[in-house]
Design a protein around this ligand. Structure first.
Ligand SMILES: NC(=O)c1ccc[n+]([C@@H]2O[C@H](COP(=O)([O-])OP(=O)(O)OC[C@H]3O[C@@H](n4cnc5c(N)ncnc54)[C@H](O)[C@@H]3O)[C@@H](O)[C@H]2O)c1
Length: 352
């Protein structure tokens, strides 16, 4: 526990006072590790326990710089472990749940681990929160993919969920359990739904790091179908700030969409990366499309902007440049991860 420390920045009302402990699940992944770094640098009075089962997308190197931080502790374990989660929640004020199997292609090849961690694991967490003697706050980190695709306009929080992939279905189910547990048992839960993230420490099977890494290696850049599928791209630190605000100020039982408004097709993103890296456009190679590939995602994030005062701080051009620079100067981080499965052109065809 950390006592008597002061908080910096805008204040951390939920976690101020004594005995401030935050559980972050899935903190060895991409967004979770960025979030832990964000919270510890912004708020001196927070202690973080990171619970991660070290699934394929995880990397202990993501938090190597925090090894000596006395406010940080790592516990190897699964959110599906009822006993572990119940014990940890008896000594915590809040949980931010990033733990998930996160790659759509892998969910097409084998949906079961997705159901287990993304849906059942959240139910275990909710039950542990329900049984806890404390009023633990749970932030469920969700995705725009739960709404499915939209050809025109943008989804608002109350729109229906229509997931396309097994991954999206497992995440949408988790959101619904969270909202049902708020309604039925009065649990202190918020759900966020965010668009596509990019930035440092992202496993190089996802579009942005995969493109950078393959371009550095002068390998062809595989793009599904025509490359016209549109995503709204958000820099990971903007997402982390949004989560921090929802944790501190979000209303119980509410859903908050998080988006930057940077809608670009996959091909446009890859072209921009190649341009930044001074690589030729003919590195692009169109490959067989992903089954059930959503055409366009788009979120209306006016609720979090007007209610909580959040807005993204980074322009796409500036943040993409930072991201390219980070991967090009951190080969030590991605080189050990750049195996055949990660760099395969149509990974959903692989048997994992
Ligand atoms: N990446 C995006 O663009 C994006 C966008 C919106 C929402 N999200 C959501 O944000 C969360 C984090 O995404 P990410 O991109 O950082 O994923 P990631 O794959 O990089 O990280 C997920 C982490 O969860 C851990 N994990 C998996 N199952 C677990 C379990 N049962 N118990 C404990 N830990 C477990 C993994 O080991 C990994 O470290 C996910 O819930 C994802 O659905 C991601």
């Amino acid at each position: 526990m950390i006592r008597g420390a002061t908080s910096r920045g805008t204040g951390f009302t939920l976690l101020t006072g004594e005995n401030m402990r935050l559980i972050v699940t899935g903190g060895c992944g991409f967004i979770g590790s960025n979030f832990i770094r964000h919270v510890l640098s912004e708020h001196e009075d927070v202690e973080v326990v990171n619970v991660d089962n070290l699934s394929y997308g995880s990397n202990l190197n993501n938090l190597k710089d925090l090894e000596d931080d006395r406010r940080y502790r790592f516990v190897r374990g699964s959110i599906c472990d009822t006993g572990l989660m119940s014990r940890l929640l008896e000594d915590a004020e809040a949980v931010v749940n990033f733990a998930a199997e996160s790659h759509v292609d892998r969910s097409i090849a084998d949906p079961w681990p997705f159901f287990k961690s993304n849906t059942e694991g959240v139910l275990v967490l909710l039950e542990a929160v329900k049984r806890s003697s404390r009023d633990v706050r749970l932030i469920q980190v969700g995705t725009d993919e739960s709404y499915g695709d939209i050809l025109e306009g943008s989804f608002k929080e109350e729109d229906r969920l229509k997931p396309s992939s097994p991954y999206a279905a497992s995440k949408a189910s988790a959101d619904l359990f969270c909202l049902a547990y708020h309604r039925t048992y009065g649990l202190n839960v918020c759900v966020t739904r965010c668009t596509n993230n990019y930035g440092p420490y992202q496993f190089p099977e996802k579009l942005v790091p995969k493109t950078i890494v393959r371009a550095m290696l002068n390998l062809k850049i595989p793009i599904y179908g025509t490359g016209r599928n549109v995503r709204d791209w958000i820099y990971v630190s903007d997402h982390c700030e949004a989560l921090d605000m929802v944790l501190r100020k979000g209303r119980k039982g509410e859903v908050y969409n998080v988006s930057s408004g940077n809608e670009l097709s996959n091909l446009q993103v890859v072209d921009k990366i190649l341009e930044l890296m001074g690589k030729p456009k003919d590195l692009v190679e169109f490959v067989e499309d992903r089954p059930g590939h959503d055409i366009r995602y788009s979120l209306d994030s006016s609720k979090i902007r007007s209610e909580l005062g959040w807005r993204p701080r980074h322009s796409f051009t500036e943040a993409l440049k930072n991201t390219v620079e980070w991967y090009t100067s951190n080969e030590w981080w991605w080189k050990p991860l750049a195996g055949e499965q990660v760099l395969h052109p149509t990974p959903w065809k692989l048997k994992w």
